[in-house]
Design a protein around this ligand. Sequence first.
Ligand SMILES: Cc1cc2nc3c(=O)[nH]c(=O)nc-3n(C[C@H](O)[C@H](O)[C@H](O)COP(=O)(O)OP(=O)(O)OC[C@H]3O[C@@H](n4cnc5c(N)ncnc54)[C@H](O)[C@@H]3O)c2cc1C
Length: 204
Amino acid sequence: MPAAYVGRNVAPKGYVWVFPKSEEEANVGVGVRGAPAKPYLDRFIERHGEMFRGAQVVEVKAAPVPIGGQVSRIHGEGVMLCGDAAGQVIPLTGGGIHSSIVAGKIAGELAGKAIAEGRRSFPEYPKRYAPWSERIYRSLTALRLIENLEDGDLNMLAEVLDGRDIVDLANGFDLARVGAKLSKHPAFAERLGKALLKALEVKA
Ligand SMILES: Cc1cc2nc3c(=O)[nH]c(=O)nc-3n(C[C@H](O)[C@H](O)[C@H](O)COP(=O)(O)OP(=O)(O)OC[C@H]3O[C@@H](n4cnc5c(N)ncnc54)[C@H](O)[C@@H]3O)c2cc1C
């Protein structure tokens, strides 16, 4: 089953993932901020000997993931930025495949239309992509709020939130609902619940 592991000593401001690809192969990785990634991955593998017993490394890859939110301008004369180049990654998960594919599809359609009409400008692009821009913004808001939590808080948060809450929070779906839930919790009311609701109000 796919699994993610968090904690300052596991992956500072990030997470370790284990995604099985088949009975015999898995994608095992780490995303961190402000620290070198490889030592954390090596340590995780070392500490989970039972999970990786007899396993061999078949491929190693590394690359940066832009999780600072979408850039302020995603189009100009004769150009549309899509995917990583536009910062179109969901910040809390670091997932950018789906959001990049959507942007590429929209940009392709608009480019075709613009060529047919003899134009080089794409004012519709930010509007068409707006629901995803909003998700990226909300996920960034959630990331900023939880990135400085201590491990004890993260464990407590995992107990308070259910699967749907975590998916909503990480992906920037229904932050208002999660914020309302957290604002009733004594430990998280001020730090997370109210702060989340306030951030949404400010944006609205
Ligand atoms: C280690 C890691 C794990 C990730 N895991 C996930 C995940 O599980 N789920 C998820 O949703 N996202 C994940 N992401 C993020 C996701 O991969 C990216 O956000 C997404 O691929 C961005 O798509 P893109 O088209 O903008 O860029 P890319 O997928 O990087 O595509 C850019 C392409 O342009 C090519 N290129 C570059 N320069 C030139 C040039 N000068 N001329 C021609 N071609 C060029 C590159 O070779 C590449 O093929 C992960 C990222 C990393 C680094």
